[in-house]
Ligand binder design. Structure first.
Ligand code: BGC
Length: 255
């Protein structure tokens, strides 16, 4: 049974793993250790939703607990998905909230994964109390972005897909952590690619702060100092937990 200090349940759906945990919303941290299940090789709506159901069953999440799901695509409640970069293309045309709610047998709240992470950093982490424009980014299989202006999220930005130059028409295919792994790039070499990415973002948005999240943020000392831009750039405080914590937090605000 989900323990009592937990007030909401968060799930983070990624290209490689589906992670979930009960979340203590006062502290902004996991109330119990998370459970990670590998994303199925063919990541159809049915296959992914079945794993989310399995997560809820595992933690015996009570019916009264808000459930938030961080999902790697732009999410507009009540509308069908029209873009999917890193999960199976059969998600396109699907009402994501409906699929998860049906599989879980209860209403759930779905939010873009980078927006969830950004909200968590704004509420509990590296962007807490920050005025002006924060761009929170997640470096994983793809690149996710969240724009937060004076504490307010501008949802569903897809700035991981900006055109870098005539050779690189999709930034995440050049600079994501997934690409770093595939191409076995060293951290300094990767930081050069990240300089190109964050440099362009800086030029177009003039943010006050960049926050860098995703699993690789654990290694931030190996690449952040080599990203050569003017804007302050800091690692996410919640590291890879931000998606789960942010999804749980977001769901709690919707209940
Ligand atoms: C997706 C975004 C997502 C990001 C991180 C991108 O490929 O288009 O919606 O936030 O990956 O998962």
């Amino acid at each position: 049974m989900m323990i009592e200090t937990a007030q909401a349940f968060g799930v983070d759906i990624g290209g490689s793993g589906i992670k979930a945990a009960p979340v203590d919303l006062e502290k902004g941290e996991f109330a119990e250790p998370r459970l990670k299940i590998l994303t199925p090789a063919v990541s159809t709506p049915q296959a992914v939703a079945a794993i989310v159901r399995q997560q809820l069953d595992h933690f015996e999440v009570p019916d009264s607990a808000p459930v938030g799901i961080a999902f790697p695509a732009p999410i507009k409640p009540g509308q069908k998905l029209d873009f999917m970069a890193n999960l199976d293309q059969s998600w396109i045309g699907v009402d994501v909230t409906e699929v998860f709610s049906e599989a879980c047998g209860r209403p759930v709240v779905v939010v873009n994964d980078a927006d969830a992470a950004g909200l968590a950093e704004q509420q509990y982490g590296a962007a807490k109390g920050q005025n002006g424009l924060v761009i929170a980014t997640t470096l994983g299989t793809g690149i996710g972005t969240a724009l937060i202006m004076n504490g307010t999220l501008v949802p569903n930005t897809e700035l991981g897909h900006i055109i870098l130059d005539e050779k690189h028409l999709d930034a995440e295919k050049y600079a994501s952590s997934g690409v770093r792994e595939q191409k076995e790039l060293g951290y300094k070499k990767w930081a050069k690619r990240l300089t190109k990415y964050y440099g362009l973002m800086e030029k177009y948005f003039n943010p006050d702060l960049f926050v860098v999240g995703g699993g690789v943020s654990r290694q931030s000392d190996k690449f952040l100092p080599y990203i050569d831009i003017k804007t302050p750039i800091v690692p996410a405080k919640l590291r890879n937990e931000a998606g789960i914590v942010g999804a749980a937090y977001y769901a709690s605000t919707k209940q």
